[in-house]
Each structure stands twice: as C-alpha cells, then as structure tokens.
Design a protein around this ligand. Structure first.
Ligand code: NAP
Length: 249
C-alpha cells in the first residue's frame, strides 16, 4: 500500500506544534483531519495551509478531554473519508502552580486533557487500525515528563504518563501492525512558551546544549517520520526533540 493518501488525525492543531504537524502530514500526501478546543480563526488558518498543499482538510471542534466529543470527531472523519490510520495526540494545556497551592481543578484539567485525551483517541482509533492491521500513533510528551519541572507537577505527571501509555499500546498492538511512539519536545517557540516569563527564556537558552529554543517545524519533521511507512520498525520509542536538554534520561 502506498504511503501517501492515508487518513490522519491530529489533535490540537489550530496553532503551534499541532499546526506544523498537520501541515507536514499533508506535505507527505495524507488527508488531514484535526481538532481544536476553541480557536476557530486558528483552525481556519491550519485548514487553508493544508489545502494550499492540494490536500483535503477537515477541521473539527472537539475537546479531547470529552469522550463523547472524541467519538463524534472520529465518526465525522469516518463518514467523510475512512477510518483514521495515523493519529497524533498533540493537544495539551498548562495550569502551572506550586504543588502546595495547586487546586484539584488545575490537576484534573491537565491530566484529563494531556493524558486522558490521548487515551480517548487511542481507544477509539485502534478499532479501525486493528481491522486494517496498520496504524501509526504518536503522542506528544515533553522533556518536563522526564526531568520534572517546578510549578508543573500536573503537566509533568501527565507527560510522564504518556510514556507508559505509549509503551503499553506499543506492546499490546505490535502484532496488529500498529506502532506507537512518543516525542518529547524541549522548549519550542509557540504561544505556550510565549506565555512564559522572560527569566524562563534565559534559563532555557542556557540549559539547552544547542543554546536556543526549537521550532514547531523541527518537531513536526520528526513526527512525520514516525508516521511514515519508513518508520515501520520503530515502536515504543521515546524520541526527544529538545536540543539535548534531557539527554541521558
Ligand atoms: P499551543 O500553542 O498552546 O497549542 C495547543 C493546541 O492544543 C491548540 O491548538 C489548542 O486549541 C489545542 N487544545 C488545547 N486544549 C485542547 C482540548 N481540550 N481539546 C482539543 N484541543 C485542545 O501549544 P504548543 O506549544 O503547540 O504545544 C503542543 C503540544 O506540545 C502540547 O501537548 C504541549 O504540551 C507539547 N509541548 C510543547 C512544548 C513547547 O515548548 N511549546 C514543549 C514540550 C511539549 P485551541 O487553540 O482551540 O485552544
């Protein structure tokens, strides 16, 4: 079967790393559905960028923390095209706070979105993938999941959880031709890091061996490879895109 023209679904692609991944997958020849939480203008820009490459795009408003919304999104993709063969769990949020003052709401939203979201989509996507005996799943974690981060206990716990989820899915579904890998970006220039204070940027540039923040396109290139036929012998891998920040972990 040709590597081009598969059905891909990227969560959280109205901007940032998700948009770059959606565009990279379109560039690789795939039809790309993607979801977002609220940013309709951003979603339209992503859709236009995919269509500019001559590929089909499907923008879906769906909160990945909501099982029913995820099920509806998959049903729409299947009705429009076919079952999802490539799934990228990129949607993520932060609700930073020191552990002693972190509210249940801060904890629950981050865990339910960043980790629960991936569980919801993988559970739904694997039905079709198992039938097709083919699938590519990539989960976007973070160097914080390996290193820990002060003020981000919720975020780091969710991102570390994605590693266990990925490796379990990789082992469970390997015999069905489905690979599942986790990409762990370091500090990347997006609206998420734009919101960080200036002293964080100074820290990040000093801590990253390559001495700079990365770009969304640099993450997307690695994700697109893991979603390709060429990556058929890579599963359960944690691939850092972090300028060397977490090397050795
Ligand atoms: P971003 O610019 O804040 O974009 C986040 C995207 O996720 C947006 O499209 C947003 O949609 C969507 N989203 C948020 N909550 C959602 C939900 N409940 N359901 C569906 N979509 C949702 O973030 P980013 O920097 O590109 O980060 C993308 C991923 O990379 C995240 O998982 C993040 O944790 C991870 N990461 C980022 C960095 C970094 O330095 N930037 C480093 C390591 C890991 P709306 O626009 O509609 O809200």
């Amino acid at each position: 079967m040709s590597d081009a023209g598969r059905v891909a679904f990227v969560t959280g692609a109205s901007r940032g790393i998700g948009r770059s991944i959606a565009v990279a997958l379109a560039g690789a020849g795939h039809r790309v559905a993607f979801c977002y939480a609220s940013d309709e203008a951003g979603a339209k820009e992503t859709q236009a960028a995919i269509e500019e490459l001559g590929r089909d795009a499907l923008a879906l408003k769906a909160d990945v923390a909501d099982t029913a919304a995820v099920d509806r999104a998959f049903a729409e993709i299947e009705a429009a095209w076919a079952p999802v063969e490539i799934l990228v769990n990129n949607a993520g949020v932060t609700r930073d706070g020191l552990i002693a003052r972190m509210s249940d709401e801060q904890w629950d939203v981050v865990l339910q979105t960043n980790l629960g979201g991936a569980f919801h989509t993988i559970r739904r996507a694997t039905r079709g993938m198992m039938k097709a005996r083919y699938g590519r799943i990539v989960n976007i974690s973070s160097a914080s999941g390996q290193l820990g981060a002060p003020g981000q206990a919720n975020y780091a716990a969710a991102k570390a959880g994605l590693v266990g989820l990925t490796r379990s899915v990789a082992r469970e579904l390997a015999s069905r031709g489905i690979t599942c890998n986790v990409v762990a970006p370091g500090p990347i220039v997006t609206s998420m890091t734009d919101a960080m204070p200036d002293d964080w940027r100074v820290w990040a540039q000093g801590a990253v061996p390559l001495g700079r923040l990365g770009t969304a396109d640099e993450c997307a290139a690695v994700v697109a490879f893991l979603c390709s036929e060429a990556a058929g012998y890579v599963t359960g891998a944690l691939v850092p895109v972090d300028g060397g920040l977490a090397m050795g972990h």
